[in-house]
Design a protein around this ligand. Structure first.
Ligand SMILES: *[C@@H]1O[C@H](CO)[C@@H](O)[C@H](O)[C@H]1NC(C)=O
Ligand SMILES: *[C@@H]1O[C@H](CO)[C@@H](O)[C@H](O)[C@H]1NC(C)=O
Ligand SMILES: *[C@@H]1O[C@H](CO)[C@@H](O)[C@H](O)[C@H]1NC(C)=O
Length: 215
């Protein structure tokens, strides 16, 4: 009697463990930088968009492309928007995974992305999905997000990294709010009439590499 109860309890324990394991699944792959090392949380990186036309080693493309902060429009500066520039490695950025205890950055995992840069804007430099821009019909990536506090209130502040061709791409598809209806789209580049190239949700992803700022 006693032993059959023990067996029964044991079988429940085993199946519970199996269910928990199945729910957790294997950890998603770690993101690697341009030197082949793991991308780590809280460390400075340059996000380097991969130019569509390969660089011929001359002219402004010699330093590749980078991400910077620009005024959101001619009349309104703050909060700043995220944009691509040519010929400059851009400003350094840091990642904070949704579980801040995790020291490494993995694909398919919500991250806050923050420029390690001081600006004149009070909003700070944490990436955030802007409200829909009716003039251009775009969802731009702006700043003014906060780090951490995953949930409905912060759903606009989380971005994911996925493998894309021989590199990576960024996307907005947060999992921090289980019961919200959120957009799920790649981060691409919107070129406006003035040739300013702002990050916006797009059907065409921007291919990127992560270059350690220390390299
Ligand atoms: C952020 O930038 C400051 C100023 O350039 C630098 O001193 C600091 O080391 C950077 N932080 C990290 C984590 O690299
Ligand atoms: C910018 O400000 C000027 C002067 O106030 C105004 O005429 C113009 O319409 C504004 N432009 C935009 C895009 O809001
Ligand atoms: C482009 O630049 C001109 C001149 O600075 C400005 O009047 C216009 O509003 C700008 N357009 C956009 C879309 O930013």
């Amino acid at each position: 009697m006693k032993s059959s109860f023990l067996l029964f309890a044991l079988s429940i324990a085993v199946s519970t463990a199996q269910i928990l394991l199945a729910a957790a699944g294997p950890s998603p792959e770690q993101v690697v930088d341009t030197t082949g090392k793991k991308v780590r949380a809280g460390v400075d990186y340059y996000i380097r968009p991969v130019p569509e036309t390969p660089c011929d080693g001359r002219g402004p493309c010699v330093n590749g492309e980078g991400l910077v902060l620009i005024a959101r429009s001619v009349n309104v500066t703050c909060p700043l928007n995220v944009a691509v520039v040519v010929g400059f490695r851009g400003l350094p950025l840091q990642f904070t995974p949704v579980d801040p205890k995790k020291g490494v950055v993995r694909v398919s995992t919500d991250q806050n992305i923050k420029f390690n840069q001081t600006t004149a804007c009070k909003e700070g430099t944490v990436w955030k999905l802007d409200d829909f821009d009716t003039t251009t019909g775009q969802w731009f990536i702006t700043t003014g997000g906060v780090v951490g506090n995953p949930g409905r209130e912060t759903a606009g502040n989380w971005f994911k990294i996925e493998k894309y061709e021989d590199a990576y791409k960024l996307l907005y598809c947060p999992s921090v709010c289980k019961f919200c209806k959120v957009l799920c789209k790649d981060v691409g580049v919107f070129v406006d009439q003035n040739q300013s190239r702002r990050l916006a949700l797009s059907d065409k992803p921007m291919k990127v590499h992560f270059q350690p700022a220390s390299a």
